[in-house]
Design a protein around this ligand. Structure first.
Ligand code: AQP
Length: 337
């Protein structure tokens, strides 16, 4: 008898909350293609998450389409993975409601991201922002994902997902797979702001010099790297504590060249920060060009992208519906059948 190996399910998502940065790319998107042969991958454009921070409607629509194109341009193959837009599968909101009833406000108000984003968007601290981790738990649990590739910044949310899965399973019987973090081999999966290396690089940063977007042109990339905050000595050395700016640039250089940090330190030994920043800028700019060209080509074929999204949502819904029916049965919703 022929045995077919059952692949583990892996889920990840990116918000269309702005132009995607090289932080999102290094920490998430570029790994997605590498994982698609070994795992059953489900990737979403998390537009429901994005509106927890105010978005302009037309920009959100454009960013959603662009993000689908970017995933594919970065090697995600819609024939191998499920690639879809979160709001196209209503089960995400439906499961969130049920999970809300086993989540305590204290555990949500303690979340670092909630505290950070509340401080950054003080004029719009809404319930959705607080409930963000429960929606994220629903994303993962709906697909019975065993693995979730997470950057350092999302570990706390994954912990909550595991707590909610266990809590639900204990109360209602075995329902959800309890997911494990998929720790990426790359060290330094967290890329910091170019303007303030104590903060993570974020696409919603108000200072455009703080991040490099995947669509920045060559001159812009180089200009932003030239402006990157470093320190007052002149040694290119990896030391997060004392030289966070230089260490961040070395991490980016390592991510785009595959050279080890030690090799990079050697390469720039005795050279000034000017040369170093220029080399990092040129390397990143060169690496972005083919991705940008492929994305532009895909964006010209909207029918193709719409087809990918439609098929993705149908396939996602097929899996999500099974989990949701099970949940509804367990909590006691009358099915009418
Ligand atoms: N700076 C980063 N370094 C490494 N990985 C990062 N990720 C985000 N920023 C970095 C990873 O990207 C994935 C998708 O993130 P997201 O868009 O869903 O939300 P986020 O983490 O909140 O990303 P941003 O850029 O900071 O968005 P905004 O500004 O809208 O909040 C995740 O896997 C994340 O780990």
């Amino acid at each position: 008898m022929q045995e077919e190996a059952i692949k583990k399910k892996l889920f990840s998502a990116v918000q269309p909350s702005g132009a995607v940065t090289i932080g999102n790319y290094i920490g998430a998107i570029r790994n997605f293609a590498q994982l698609q042969d070994a795992y059953d991958c489900i990737y979403a454009v998390a537009d429901l998450h994005a509106i927890t921070v105010r978005q302009e409607a037309s920009a959100l629509r454009r960013n959603t389409l662009e993000l689908i194109a970017l995933f594919i341009a970065c090697g995600v193959d819609p024939e191998k993975c499920i690639l879809f837009v979160q709001s196209h599968v209503p089960a995400h909101c439906e499961l969130t409601w049920v999970l809300n009833t086993i989540t305590y406000p204290g555990e949500l108000s303690r979340m670092t991201q909630f505290k950070d984003k509340s401080a950054r968007h003080a004029e719009n601290v809404n319930m959705g922002l607080m409930d963000y981790p429960v929606l994220m738990a629903s994303d993962i649990l709906l697909y019975q994902a065993a693995l979730v590739p997470v950057g350092a910044d999302q570990k706390q949310h994954l912990e909550l997902t595991r707590d909610l899965a266990l809590r639900f399973n204990n109360r209602y019987g075995d329902t959800f797979t309890v997911p494990e973090p998929y720790i990426l081999k790359e060290s330094g999966a967290k890329i910091m702001s170019l303007a303030d290396p104590s903060k993570k690089m974020s696409k919603s940063d108000e200072n455009v010099n703080a991040f490099i977007t995947m669509s920045d042109d060559r001159d812009t990339v180089i200009r932003k790297f030239k402006k990157a905050v470093t320190d007052s000595d002149a040694e290119v050395r990896f030391d997060i504590e004392n030289k966070p700016g230089v260490s961040n640039l070395l991490t980016i250089y390592h991510a785009f060249t595959g050279k080890s940090i030690a090799e990079a330190e050697k390469e720039f030994a005795g050279k000034g920060y000017g040369d170093f920043k220029l080399a990092v800028g040129e390397t990143v700019a060169d690496a972005l060009i083919p991705i940008q060209a492929e994305k532009a080509r895909l964006l010209k074929d909207k029918d193709f992208l719409n087809g990918v999204m439609k098929r993705g949502a149908e396939n996602a819904y097929r899996i999500a519906r099974k989990t949701l029916s099970k949940v509804y049965r367990k909590v006691g919703f009358y099915s009418g059948e």
